[in-house]
Design a protein around this ligand. Structure first.
Ligand SMILES: CCCCCC/C=C/CC(=O)SCCNC(=O)CCNC(=O)[C@H](O)C(C)(C)COP(=O)(O)OP(=O)(O)OC[C@H]1O[C@@H](n2cnc3c(N)ncnc32)[C@H](O)[C@@H]1OP(=O)(O)O
Length: 558
């Protein structure tokens, strides 16, 4: 839905569809009806489109994709109607202008934004392309090169970056009133010609270089998005913006979206989008305890024990999450020095690439606190143990943590398969113990499996879940069983690939096929990265007939 009002010659069309103002058929209809009112009202000289609540607009309503093409106006039609309005339209952006939301803004004649706003055309992450003129308007505004960067990878950009390259006309401070600022801006452009403000009418500045730019992005996409169809279709559609008039380019864009919408890849990515959100709503089966009724413990000081492959990545994830005090404990001098050097080098790399500023890098390095004994962890809020996958070593560490840590401290183990309850029992407060199973490399991989022990308290679970979300991880709560969920799934995959080795394939041949199929890494590369010894230990424990597993051994042991 959209609300309509008029203030000092400016009509205000405010999208009102909580929580994120997705462009459902009702919202599109509401915009169109309001636009007609504004166009017919002789007292209205300019129009502002804004979003109510936390955001401008996150794009098409993904839940309505199936009927997207059927209802009038679809997004594709709406953007052209907006752009051809005889009265100037200003998009007032706060929060997010994503996907169709940004396409609506591109169809407006001016765009203003709060400095805190984020912009993106992330459709490629749903296996589709920006199907409402995004592939045709963006190149006319910022050129082919930048458009390919924005559209083929779907990343979000700050309003400031968008202003630097010409998408945003005016930035307001993050604490400004976006509507008030936009109305004033709209008043300042009343009476100005719209000739150069209709983006579809603009030429594409770097059109002559399209073949060269296309080749460059084909190479990058081929490497970065191996196996994905949508990025290549996006590049093709953008190429047409350089080669064809707008109307013809739009026909090509339409062919692209029709081919991608409903494809297996798109269906899977959309499933993943909703699944990633669904897991935030965790629950403890049969108890009524859930994410809505349980508060996490406040976590300011975190410690990581062990600076091997996993510990380093976990430390980096915590630093990136903005934790200002990260104690690191590694008793082996060489491992400690190597680990700290690795962390600092990665932070240097982020700063060099502009992912973080120099100031952020310095504050992350300052947050690192090497510690040499357990006593120094006594006021830590959350300890994440990430040492060698051995029950006896972990029990030894948790017994010590149980003695020195404050009673409210959450004690987490990064075990990938061991029994969290067995580890918890060596501490005086097993309810404080939980599993936090990261995947290597932990600063890159988005999945975090939090393991609920039989004694873990709801607050402790909420704290682990909250910390995972603070780190930007897709955080899933799972039960305590051998291999939890991730490794139980992975096991079936490894069994099949191992059969292939038995049948004569080399590990690198198996990996090559998997990577060609689209996997980021081959199965045997993953083994090398995580350590094949971990798999060996897990298999030994898994074995139903080995000495440790007499007949009748409990299910979790099997
Ligand atoms: C004939 C031509 C037809 C063309 C049609 C095709 C054109 C498509 C163009 C598009 O616009 S496709 C959609 C592009 N937009 C996106 O992909 C954005 C998706 N959303 C996000 O990435 C995030 O929501 C956000 C914008 C970064 C905000 O993140 P935040 O963490 O703040 O909120 P969430 O928890 O993710 O979302 C809250 C709530 O809203 C639901 N939701 C978000 N986006 C959409 C959406 N586009 N459609 C429907 N629902 C959406 C989300 O599922 C959450 O719901 P919940 O029930 O609270 O879990």
């Amino acid at each position: 839905m959209a609300n309509y009002s008029v203030r000092n010659q400016v009509a205000i069309i405010s999208l009102c569809s909580p929580p994120v103002n997705a462009l459902s058929s009702d919202v599109r209809r509401g915009i169109l009806d309001s636009l007609k009112k504004a166009e017919q009202d002789v007292k209205v000289a300019a129009i502002v489109i804004c979003g109510e609540g936390r955001t401008f607009c996150v794009g098409a309503d993904i839940t309505e994709f199936k009927s997207e093409f059927k209802t009038f106006p679809n997004l594709f039609e709406l953007v052209d109607i907006l752009e051809s309005s005889p009265k100037p339209i200003v998009a007032a952006i706060h929060g997010h202008a994503f996907g169709g939301g940004l396409e609506v803004a591109l169809a407006c004649h001016y765009r203003v934004a709060l400095s805190s706003a984020k912009l993106a055309l992330p459709e490629v992450k749903l296996g589709i392309l920006p199907g409402a003129g995004g592939t045709q308007r963006l190149p006319r505004l910022i050129g082919i090169d930048s458009s390919m960067q924005w559209i083929a990878f779907g990343d979000e950009y700050s309003a400031q970056i968008a202003a630097n390259i010409g998408i945003i006309d005016r930035i307001f401070p993050s604490n400004a009133d976006i509507l008030e600022s936009a109305v004033q801006y709209a008043q300042s452009i009343i009476g100005k010609s719209l000739i150069n403000r209709r983006v579809s009418k603009l030429p594409v500045k770097d059109a002559s270089k399209v073949s060269h730019i296309m080749e460059k992005y084909k190479q990058i996409v081929g490497k970065k998005s191996r196996g994905a169809i949508a990025p290549m279709v996006c590049l093709e559609a953008i190429k047409h913006a350089a080669l064809l008039p707008y109307v013809e380019g739009m026909k090509k864009e339409r062919m692209g979206i029709e081919a991608l919408m409903g494809s297996d890849q798109s269906k899977s990515l959309i499933y993943m989008f909703f699944a990633e959100r669904q897991v935030r709503n965790w629950t403890i089966p049969g108890t009524g305890i859930n994410s809505k009724n349980t508060k996490p413990i406040k976590v300011e000081k975190v410690a990581v024990i062990g600076l091997g492959t996993m510990g380093r990545g976990i430390v980096l994830s915590l630093l990136k999450a903005g934790i200002k005090h990260v104690s690191v404990m590694e008793l082996n001098k060489t491992a400690r020095e190597n680990g700290l050097l690795f962390i600092k080098n990665i932070l240097e790399g982020y700063a060099a690439r502009g992912t973080i500023s120099e100031t952020q890098k310095r504050s992350m390095v300052d947050a690192l606190k090497p510690v040499s004994n357990f006593e120094m962890l006594k006021d830590t809020d959350l300890v994440i143990e990430a040492v060698f996958e051995s029950m006896s070593i972990k029990k030894d560490i948790f017994a010590k943590l149980g003695q020195v840590c404050k009673p409210s401290a959450v004690l987490a183990t990064n075990t990938s398969a061991l029994d969290v309850d067995e580890i918890a029992m060596v501490t005086p407060k097993p309810k404080q113990v939980v599993g936090m199973h990261f995947f290597a490399p932990a600063h890159v991989m988005k999945l975090l499996e939090n393991v609920r022990g039989s004694k873990s308290s709801p607050q402790v679970i909420a704290t682990a879940m909250n910390m995972g979300q603070r780190m930007g991880k897709v955080t899933v709560l799972v039960g305590n069983c051998h291999g939890f969920v991730g490794n139980r799934m992975f096991r079936h995959y490894t069994v099949e690939t191992d059969f292939m080795l038995e049948e004569g394939a080399y590990p690198e041949q198996v990996d090559t096929v998997l990577k060609k199929f689209g996997f980021a890494m081959g199965r045997y590369q993953v083994g090398d990265l995580s350590g094949n010894d971990i798999g060996y230990r897990m298999r030994t424990k898994f074995e139903m007939t080995n000495k440790q597993q007499p007949p009748g051994a409990p299910e979790r042991e099997r």
